[in-house]
Design a protein. Structure first.
Lengths: 393, 324, 257
């Protein structure tokens, strides 16, 4: 099957094959592209994919299942964009998303991606779990329904359905309540934000989802949104304005930082422990927010914050983006990026690996277990660390 | 006297298991309702079944013709239609097998009689026939009765009815029937047998079987690791074959193989009946599945409601430890 | 190669299914609906045929307005036009539905009629074969392989234990399609939107010269009930490590290793 139309046909050839896309900012190793780290073959790096796209476009290769899989191992982490020295670097990740879009249009996608998208179409979440159960994460705690409060606390699919992430969602709710924030949740009425759908190339579905959410938010009078997940943060902040959705969007770490600095949240009880912080791609590289989570951790007495060797713009992706927390194309090996990251965290001597994203949470917690490190290091969300430092029950 | 007619299915010189199940059920119903049991068998060389069928039924009708090959739905339909119109049995029992699926609905239409397929129970109370079907993938049962009709057709689910041997001395009758037409419109072109590959899962003592919960082809490795460790084989449910991740010779179930191992370990398998029917003969069934409502837990001896990717690696580890 | 494909809209069986207050239907509130799995394979088979040999595909269904969505999906998959017979027959017996479908199909021009082998909800596996008999055309069920030329469909159908049987069936014929025959393609939202411009015709029973009487039932659904749990697995609880430990001991004690 030939690739007859492609948005970047006139610039796809510009990849110089320098290989920079695989490096972190500090040149510490050559394994900072999560798919390349997993498979160690050029095809799985950004440059490799670009050349495959070019070959497909010029009919040198045909579409195969394998080609589709290679494209979908991209977790949309943006390490490549960060490192590519050429001027077209602002487009390189979008080039991969665009070819995914072409595959989506022709129905030529891996079955797991098909399931992911069909589950969202049918049940509004990638797991295919019943839509009616979306609000169940709120059971057992007092959490206000959104009725025009200052903030909409938006949870997302992982926080709503994944058992571990649900704990985080509840914990953050408690913290916000304790800090006296005026907020509410949508619970069962919340709909998927669509960030992954967009990253998977299903543009039209994403547009529909964005428009529906924008309509819903506007009807409810939403002006400010605080998100659990950086994925939601990213899409509300950067994509939704293109669909008439102009809201003030915060990731919860930004909110907690403000609350701590504004003395509305008292973390003086402290926590004596060594913490390594893993920068989530959609908060860090995608949106330049590296400081807020660190300010929170530094503000808590007793916490010794250590940096992972590859951090900030050079952080190694946990491998959960681009739908991979569900499709799991990068799993099944000790070279899985999440497992590499778990080992890196352990090497710092940290007791806690702190995360600020429910996808990172599920990927890294599973990785720590797979590495047999669950007695040595705990994966905790920043909200969970804050809750301990504030003594909230 | 009222008659219950059982259509006998056969292949490769053997009566099908489902036929013995239907004969058992038919006998029970015949006894309960004071009816006679009639077995009908059609095909090439079917006289070899006569004696066996005569142990089950009060009457056996054989229709033998050399040209009859393949699943025989069409010639059976023609012949049964004639017999049924003549004898007017109150109940016709057919297995809900591949043969039965091709035959029963069509036969019902030709005769203008009601039909209910894939039943898991059939009862007759004062001449009223009631059947039960399993619907919504095993989540609910539906109970049906028939609008009054001289004859009704019921097809029975494979593996649902217990086989209870009988020792009658039925009357055997071989009849000749001129087929109204040659069935040129559907020509049998042969059987395609399953290739016996390197693995014949039906011979294994230990089977580690994977279902949709495995999520990804590469993850089959973990099942293979466990199978090797226990000296067993890997098998799977249908979706794995549909996805093309394992060849069909590894499939356990209705359209796959029947296995009778000492241990059947079901990983990420929901337990749909089409699969379960292939493992009922297992000595011990252990199921690991995230979904507490998965029907597999209704037939397993032991169950773990958890993520297979968390339990299986730990299990492999523990087994290694205990082995040392 | 003109193909008619009959499809059904069913609840997502991954959802919990509850019996409603009447006792002989299910609670549909909160359920997600979709096209019957088997029908997707049938549609994909039809599209692959016409992609190779040209021709057209008509997708048909019997159902109320909500069922338009599965027809739209069929159009997005590649059907050229769709027809919905506007009548809620979810609880009707197969014979009644077969009569309705036959009344429509007999007036269409076709070489092949395709059905899914069974439906995810009731799973009777009757409808297609009944329609074939009513139409007076040859049929074959559980088709796992299909090759068609001008006059004949060469099929393989599934028997038990992995064996298949091959037939040459004269066209026009009706086939019921089994899963695994192909890989149904993903239908993007853009594809569904594009298909909105394709024709979806709605007709009534009276358009087919049928009345409610023609649909009188031959079987009666008395009630729905929960299946009895015939065996309860002994559930092992605890952390994955604890469960693994217990399982390993059970295996060891049973002499598995």
């Amino acid at each position: 099957m030939t690739l007859t139309s492609y948005k970047y046909a006139d610039t796809i050839h510009r990849c110089f094959r320098c290989g920079y896309c695989k490096f972190p900012t500090n040149w510490a190793d050559v394994n900072n592209c999560p798919a390349y780290a997993r498979f160690r073959m050029e095809t799985y790096s950004c440059g490799g994919r670009l050349w495959l796209i070019r070959a497909w476009l010029s009919n040198e290769i045909e579409w195969t299942d394998h080609l589709a899989k290679i494209m979908y191992t991209c977790t949309a982490c943006k390490n490549c964009e960060e490192k590519c020295p050429l001027r077209f670097n602002v487009d390189i990740m979008n080039m991969i998303t665009a070819v995914k879009g072409e595959m989506v249009e022709r129905g030529l996608i891996p079955s797991q991606v098909k399931d992911f998208l069909e589950n969202i179409q049918r049940q509004g979440n990638p797991y295919g779990k019943a839509r009616a159960k979306r609000g169940e994460w709120t059971e057992g705690i007092e959490i206000p329904k959104y009725k025009g409060q200052d903030f909409l606390y938006y949870v997302g699919c992982v926080g709503s359905y994944d058992t571990r992430a649900q704990e985080t969602a509840r914990t953050l709710g408690k913290v916000l309540t304790k800090a006296g924030v005026s907020f509410g949740v949508l619970g069962g009425e919340e709909n998927c934000d669509g960030n992954e759908v967009n990253a998977l190339g299903e543009e039209t579905l994403f547009e529909m989802m964005a428009e529906e959410n924008v309509t819903q938010f506007k009807e409810l009078g939403v002006q400010k949104i605080v998100t659990l997940s950086p994925h939601s943060y990213n899409t509300f902040k950067n994509d939704y304005p293109l669909h008439d959705g102009n809201f003030e969007v915060f990731h919860y770490t930004q909110a907690l930082r403000d609350l701590i600095q504004g003395e509305r949240l008292d973390v003086s009880r402290g926590l004596n422990t060594r913490v390594a912080y893993h920068d989530p791609c959609f908060l860090g590289r995608w949106n330049g927010e590296y400081d807020a989570p660190r300010m929170i951790l530094n503000a808590i007495p007793g916490i010794e914050l250590v940096e992972l060797e590859k951090n900030r713009a050079g952080a190694l992706c946990c491998g959960g983006g681009g739908g991979n927390f569900y499709t799991d194309f990068l799993g099944g090996s000790e070279s899985s990026p999440a497992r590499i990251r778990a080992r890196e965290a352990y090497d710092t001597g940290a007791n806690i690996l702190a995360v600020a994203c429910p996808n990172c949470m599920t990927m890294l917690e599973d990785a720590v277990k797979a590495e047999g490190l669950e007695d040595k290091i705990d994966v905790k969300d920043i909200s969970e660390i804050v809750v301990e430092a504030t003594g909230i029950a | 006297m009222a008659e219950i007619l059982v259509v006998a299915e056969h292949r490769q010189q053997k009566l099908a298991d489902i036929t013995l199940q239907m004969l058992s059920k038919g006998s029970q119903l015949a006894d309960q309702s004071g009816a006679e049991l009639l077995a009908v068998v059609i095909g090439k060389n079917v006289d070899i079944y006569a004696q066996e069928l005569a142990r089950w039924a009060d009457r056996v009708i054989i229709f033998k013709k050399d040209e009859l090959e393949g699943s025989l739905a069409e010639p059976s339909q023609m012949m049964l239609s004639s017999i049924i119109k003549q004898r007017r049995p109150k109940l016709v029992l057919i297995g809900h097998s591949s043969f039965g699926m091709d035959l029963a609905p069509s036969l019902a239409i030709e005769l203008g009689v009601p039909v209910i397929t894939d039943c898991i129970d059939v009862t007759i109370v004062s001449d009223n026939i009631t059947v039960t079907r399993s619907i919504y993938n095993g989540k609910l049962n539906a109970v049906y009765t028939f609008v009054p009709s001289e004859t009704v057709i019921v097809t029975g689910r494979v593996g649902e009815f217990e086989v209870k041997e009988r020792n009658l001395r039925g009357q055997i009758e071989e009849i000749d029937y001129t087929m109204q037409e040659n069935i040129e419109y559907k020509k049998f072109e042969g059987y395609i047998e399953q290739k016996i590959g390197i693995v014949d899962i039906t011979q294994a003592d230990i089977v580690v079987s994977i279902g949709r919960g495995i999520k990804e082809k590469e993850n089959i490795e973990i099942a293979q690791e466990l199978a090797e460790l226990l000296g067993g084989v890997v098998a799977c449910s249908r979706p794995i074959v549909d996805y093309g991740w394992l060849p069909s010779e590894y499939q356990v179930g209705l359209s796959g193989k029947t296995v009778t191992p000492k241990l059947y370990l079901a990983l990420g398998i929901s337990g749909a009946f089409q699969h379960v029917v292939g493992l009922k003969g297992s000595n011990m069934v252990i199921a690991i599945n995230k979904d507490p409502r998965a029907p597999i837990f209704n037939i397993a001896d032991y169950g773990v409601v958890d993520d297979i990717y968390k339990v299986v690696p730990a299990l492999i580890q523990k087994i290694r430890e205990l082995k040392d | 190669m003109d193909v008619v494909v009959c499809i059904k809209r069913v609840p997502d069986t991954a959802d919990v299914v509850e019996i409603d207050a009447s006792g002989n239907d299910i609670e549909t509130d909160g359920l997600a609906f979709k096209i019957n799995d088997w029908d997707e394979y049938a549609l994909e088979a039809a599209v692959q045929l016409t992609e190779k040999q040209g021709g057209s595909i008509i997708a048909i269904t019997v159902g109320p307005k909500e069922w338009d969505d599965v027809l739209r999906r069929a159009l997005a998959i590649g059907a050229d036009r769709a027809i919905r017979i506007d009548q809620d027959m979810v609880t009707a017996d197969c014979y009644a539905v077969a009569k309705v479908l036959e009344a429509l199909i007999r007036n269409l021009s076709y070489d092949l009629v395709l059905f899914g082998a069974q439906s995810e909800d009731f799973g009777s596996a009757q409808l297609g074969v009944m329609v074939a008999e009513l139409l007076g055309i040859p049929h074959a069920s559980l088709v796992v392989s299909l090759q068609v030329d001008q006059t004949t469909a060469r099929i393989k159908r599934e028997l038990e234990a992995g064996t298949l049987e091959a037939y040459a069936v004269e066209l026009p014929a009706l086939l019921t399609i089994q899963t695994g025959i192909n890989q149904p393609r993903y239908i993007s939202m853009a594809g569904i939107k594009r298909a909105m411009s394709k024709e979806l015709q709605v007709i009534s029973l009276s358009d087919l010269d049928l009345t409610q009487e023609t649909l009188s039932p031959t079987v009666m659904l008395e009630k729905l009930e929960l299946p009895p749990k015939d065996k309860k697995a002994e559930l092992i609880s605890g952390s994955p490590e604890e469960s693994a430990e217990q399982l390993a001991r059970i295996l060891q004690n049973s002499g598995i290793f």
